[in-house]
Design a protein around this ligand. Structure first.
Ligand code: G3H
Length: 540
């Protein structure tokens, strides 16, 4: 069987889909606004899976359901609900004590966990993620929420006391910012979205939540829990064409925080729509083109293993993926040979295939885009060096190693976000530093070397060009307690379990001059639990 036919045969007939992974059509005919799941009878968006079904008429993307295409009207309704629930900081949610908010969040995690199987299946069908990775995404998110609760307790405990300086006594706590517009990406539709949504909610803000275009249905089974666990208006969903409804929301000037994971261009365009930029905080996770640098002192086998993980996990559709590899020219041939050999061993299949590594890519236009990048590289002198590299059948793209890549090629600059590995040979290590200096991105880098002096000499300049330098390891976001951020066009603000709580809040303090009257006032408020802010209650 030709390789093309082998790839084609990965797409099976409907009857060959294992029973446990069947998914009936899901039609979302409601949206969450002001504490109600309101019925939707308007226009809908049809959702076609990247998983194709083999039919007598050829391969067809499987139709899995529909969701509302909301308009400005519903978006404004959602905005009004969030504004009312915040009520200038006087709403039930922003004034609720931390313990109360934590209780709501614990109930939410419980209800969310009941939807585990369905959400995992939706991640598989909606974006083509392998079963193990989809399950990991769900479980990592639950753990993230539990860790967020613990981190908030910790912050609260540290704030449960008075501070005294220069005869002024104060209690300092973190308080909410207002209305948050939260938008996540398709590649981690649940996890990345929730790493902003959850801290934003638990800090007492009220939200407009727009799920990613690919990955909207993933959130549908969770709407009931969002509705039941938080007071009305705390979480409101926004659907529709992002390019029309979102700018209008920004123009209202009533969004206090833009939490967005996507391209820097969209983020900048949205920010500019806000009439009072000083009132807008942005928490952004944006473009990245992380480089791997394999020096002549590298352990090639280890580098190849890490680069496979870094460049091809979830088909390279990770913001943290290694998207360009610099290899010292003296080892380039051997490196390409080992990398190509490792790629040939990767398990290809559908998301339910046991041990699968390469699956169909999520975005319908991606195979053509990747082809265009490879053609462009060929015009400028590169080749696909691995056997069967770039074999594309419908939504399935077999990984391609493209070599030698140079600065005339799209693959040198563009974030391909797919299973193509551009390899650039270098003579002098300075060439790699120059690339990072000129790059508009500044998220992470991976250095592969076993030479102490070489690694040390790279660490010092590189930590000032990117936000994480990985040694003999792929780039990645986790562990989630570590700061996740970027320089230049790669991010604004820092996320981690604790940093995210800071990002969605601001410190406020209640202060008074120390005299007998004021001391008595403070003591009485605290003793009789008159305030949720001015309190020395300790959460265990
Ligand atoms: O798309 C970006 C994700 O945050 C990557 O997370 O590096 O843990 O896979 P990860």
């Amino acid at each position: 069987m030709s390789f093309q036919d082998q790839i084609k045969s990965l797409f099976v007939e409907e009857s060959q889909i294992p029973e446990e992974f069947h998914l009936g059509e899901i039609h979302q005919k409601e949206y969450l606004c002001n504490g109600e799941l309101k019925p939707w009878a308007g226009e809908v968006s049809e959702v076609y899976s990247p998983i194709c079904i083999s039919t007598p008429e050829g391969l067809k993307r499987k139709f899995i359901g529909t969701y509302p295409i909301g308009t400005d009207k519903e978006a404004t309704e959602a905005l009004d609900a969030a504004i009312a629930a915040y009520d200038n900081g006087r709403g039930d949610w922003p004034t609720m004590g931390i313990e109360g908010r934590i209780k709501c969040m614990e109930k939410f995690v419980y209800m969310m966990s009941e939807q585990r199987e369905l959400v995992i299946k939706l991640i598989m069908w909606e974006i083509g993620k392998g079963q193990a990775d989809a399950a990991k995404e769900f479980d990592r998110t639950v753990e993230y929420i539990n860790n967020t609760i613990d981190a908030l307790k910790d912050i609260d405990r540290q704030s449960s006391r008075f501070e005294i300086a220069e005869n002024v006594v104060a209690q300092i706590r973190r308080s909410p910012l207002g209305v948050v517009l939260c938008m996540g990406p398709f590649n981690y539709p649940l996890n990345e979205t929730f790493t902003t949504l959850i801290p934003a909610i638990i800090m007492g803000n009220t939200l407009l939540f727009k799920p990613p275009k690919h990955g909207t249905l993933v959130h549908y089974p969770l709407l009931k829990a969002l509705q039941e666990c938080f007071p009305k208006g705390v979480v409101n969903t926004v659907y529709g064409r992002g390019a029309s409804v979102i700018p209008e929301l920004m123009r209202s000037g009533k969004i206090n925080v833009l939490a967005f994971i996507g391209s820097s261009k969209v983020a900048n365009d949205l920010k500019k729509e806000h009439p009072k930029l000083n009132r807008l905080r942005a928490v952004l996770s944006l473009d990245a083109k992380n480089a791997g640098i394999v020096t002549k002192y590298a352990d090639i086998k280890l580098s190849v293993n890490e680069i496979i993980l870094g460049a091809l996990s979830f088909n390279g559709q990770r913001c943290t993926a290694l998207k360009i590899i610099f290899v010292h020219e003296s080892i380039a041939d051997e490196f390409n040979k080992q990398l190509s050999g490792a790629i040939a061993e990767l398990k290809c299949g559908m998301p339910w295939t046991k041990g699968v590594f390469i699956t169909p890519v999520a975005e319908p236009g991606k195979p053509d885009y990747l082809k265009a990048c490879i053609e462009d590289a060929k015009v400028h002198g590169a080749k696909v060096v691995n056997e069967n590299g770039d074999t594309t059948i419908a939504s399935f793209v077999f990984p391609a190693v493209v070599y030698p890549v140079n600065n005339k090629m799209k693959l040198y600059r563009e974030e391909q976000f797919g299973p193509v590995i551009p390899v650039v040979p270098f003579k002098n290590i300075e060439e790699t530093i120059d690339y990072l200096i000129e790059s508009p991105h500044g998220q992470q880098v991976s250095i592969f070397s076993n030479n102490v002096e070489e690694i040390a000499s790279l660490i010092d300049p590189l930590v000032n060009l990117v936000s994480r330098v990985n040694i003999n390891s792929q780039c990645q976001r986790g562990p989630d307690n570590f700061p996740f951020t970027g320089r230049k066009d790669s991010a604004e603000g820092t996320l981690s379990v604790t940093d995210a709580l800071r990002a969605f809040s601001i410190r406020s303090l209640v202060a008074t001059k120390m005299n007998d009257t004021n001391k008595k006032l403070f003591n009485e408020i605290v003793k009789d639990h008159h305030s949720n802010f001015l309190t020395t209650n300790f959460i265990f």
